[in-house]
Design a protein. Structure first.
Length: 247
């Protein structure tokens, strides 16, 4: 089970526990929720102690990953308890082709005409899916992959009639209109292209859009990317249900 940490706003007319644990669900996915009491005048030191208490209790119950509140400032406290935020890497890579299109459109660039490069250290299912989506949407695709690239290129040519430029020169990568990095790539000097580091969870994603019916089920005040990543990992959300909003 995954943890779910939320702020519980203090009410003057009610006495509540500083930390309350209970099971809850979002889109039929079960979480162990930790509600942490917070008032407008609660001292910083008190909040840190409450977060520490919640983290220790969650960890004792087997929780090592959690969805956090939006702009949560106590991540290092939870990390000291053995609890880390839900990983967003799988979500970022699943949405990489859509993220690319969103960035190209935002900058007024023609999506089909540009040169799109992808770079990875190894062949994975995530890479195959992304390369396939990008190759079907864009005319010129470059693939920087040490091993396994030949088989993938042959497959795409045989199944879809598309061709890739395998293992381009460094200058070709640097001059691409967009570069999708599955792993860190040293020694490149970016020109004016779009760079999407799919290995870096600190890079902000575009605003995520969901259907109104799904939006109604999501709790307010939660880190949206972490929650969507957790729901997708559990199968409560499919990649096709997640879009990037035009904001």
């Amino acid at each position: 089970m995954i943890g779910f940490i939320v702020w519980q706003e203090a009410a003057a007319e009610k006495r509540r526990r500083a930390v309350t644990l209970r099971e809850d669900s979002v889109l039929h996915m079960r979480f162990l929720k930790a509600e942490i009491l917070r008032g407008t005048k609660t001292p910083e030191s008190v909040l840190r102690r409450r977060v520490l208490s919640a983290g220790k209790r969650l960890y004792r119950l087997g929780i090592t990953r959690a969805v956090l509140p939006e702009a949560f400032p106590y991540g290092e406290v939870l990390d000291g308890c053995g609890i880390r935020p839900v990983s967003t890497l799988a979500l970022r890579r699943a949405l990489a082709a859509d993220w690319l299109r969103w960035e190209l459109e935002r900058r007024g660039r023609a999506p089909a005409a540009g040169r799109i490069a992808l770079s990875a250290e190894q062949l994975t299912g995530e890479l195959v899916r992304t390369v396939t989506e990008v190759a079907l949407r864009h005319r010129y695709v470059l693939l920087d992959l040490p091993n396994g690239g030949e088989e993938l290129c042959h497959h795409l040519r045989r199944e879809y009639g598309v061709s890739l430029l395998l293992n381009p020169e460094r200058e070709q990568l640097e001059e691409a209109d967009a570069l999708l990095l599955f792993d860190k790539r040293e020694g490149l000097k970016w020109r004016n292209g779009i760079v999407l580091p799919l290995y870096d969870e600190s890079v902000p994603l575009p605003p995520i859009g969901l259907s109104p019916a799904i939006e109604e089920e999501l709790p307010a005040g939660t880190d949206r990317v972490l929650l969507v990543a957790a729901l997708r990992e559990a199968g409560a959300l499919r990649a096709g249900q997640i879009t990037f909003a035009n904001k």
